[in-house]
Structure formats: C-alpha cells, structure tokens
Design a protein around this ligand. Sequence first.
Ligand SMILES: *[C@@H]1O[C@H](CO)[C@@H](O)[C@H](O)[C@H]1NC(C)=O
Ligand SMILES: *[C@@H]1O[C@H](CO)[C@@H](O)[C@H](O)[C@H]1NC(C)=O
Length: 213
Amino acid sequence: MDFRIKGFQHCMCLILCTIYLVQCVSLYEFEKVGNFAYYIGEGDNASVIFYWFDARQECRSNGGQLVSVVSETQMNDLQKYIIDRRYANGSRFFTSGHSFHSPEPFKWDALQESVDYSKWLPGEGPKDSSFLSLQLIDSQLFMVTSLGFYEYYICEYETRQQKLCKILKTPDFYIPSVAIILAIILALKLILKNSKRKAKEDEQALVGSNDPS
Ligand SMILES: *[C@@H]1O[C@H](CO)[C@@H](O)[C@H](O)[C@H]1NC(C)=O
Ligand SMILES: *[C@@H]1O[C@H](CO)[C@@H](O)[C@H](O)[C@H]1NC(C)=O
C-alpha cells in the first residue's frame, strides 16, 4: 500500500516536472526594456501579414499580451527598442489597442482600460471598428489606426498580477459569478424553508402522538 502511494507520488512529480520544463522551453525570450519586457513577433514568409487575432493568440501562448502603451516613457523606450533593431522606415506593429467591442473610441484590450496616453500621427486619430498600431516614421514612433493586417506585432510580458487584475475587470467574470452567488442564496433559502417546515411538522406529529384523545 505504502509502496503504491510512493509510486503515485513519483509519477505525479515526474508529470509536473515535465509540464514545467516544457513550459520553460516553449516560453519566448522577452527582452527587458524600461519597466517592461517585450519581443517583436513576425509573420513567416508563407503569410507575411498577420491578422490581429492570430497575433494576440500567438502572444498569449508565449505568456504575454499584445503591448499596451500607457505612458510617454514607455512609448520612448519602445521607439528606441525598435530603432535599435533597425526596422525599416514605415514599419507597422500591432498593439492590443482596438475599438471593436467598446463604446469608447479605443481601449487596450490586454488591460481592459481606455487609451489615455496617445501620440497619434498627424491626421490620424480614433476611428470606429479599427485597431491601433504603431508606425515608425523618420525615426519616430506614432500611433496609427489600422484594419488589422500587418507583418509585425509587439508582445509584452504579462505578470500574474496583471492577469488577475484583468480577470477582475472583465464583465465575463462578474455576470456568471453573480448568477452563481444568487443561485447559492436561493438554494440556501429553500433548504432553510424546508428544514423549518419539517421541524414544524415533526413538532406537530409529536404533539399529535402525545395527545391522549
Ligand atoms: C523571406 O522573403 C524575402 C524576400 O521575399 C527573403 O529575402 C528572405 O530571406 C525570406 N526569409 C525567410 C526566412 O525565408
Ligand atoms: C518614411 O516613411 C514615411 C511614410 O511611409 C514617408 O512619408 C517618409 O518620407 C519616409 N522617410 C524617409 C527618410 O524615407
């Protein structure tokens, strides 16, 4: 018996270690840039253009999220990072910015927050049903609207804390939670009501059986 439990524990440990190793190996190399860590993803030659949702998925499967640019410092750090890597003038990069499911002109999909800091290319600005990309023009990085077909995307490392914060912010999290809580309250009420009624019936039955008449 003892031997079997030990065997089971060893087996579980092996499985967990393997999962952990595979995760480590498959994790992309993020580079620390300022307060964040990024990598720039590219489409292969078979499909030079990347669809936004594919880019988001690719990024997530590597433990990150498409980048959200929340400050001037971050924008400048990104600009330097992109220039240092000698991307061509005019190159465009996907971010997590989109306006498809939002009444706001734009929000960062990865953070579930509105776009507060902005540096639009002159003539560009919030538009309905478009994405927000970054474009390198004459060694400066600007925000531009896009329809979702570009060859590069910037993936930002997502910490556990960010993941948790995001879950707490989504309505998809609250609606089922509230429904479950209501269901539990209703069920408890029913159980209490039933047990009260049962107690009353028992009491009556007891009184009835004690009645000599
Ligand atoms: C992709 O195509 C370009 C030209 O179309 C070529 O110069 C480059 O080497 C190709 N890259 C890969 C990874 O095959
Ligand atoms: C860089 O690209 C922009 C837009 O594509 C263009 O207007 C500009 O002239 C380019 N600059 C240089 C130095 O090629």
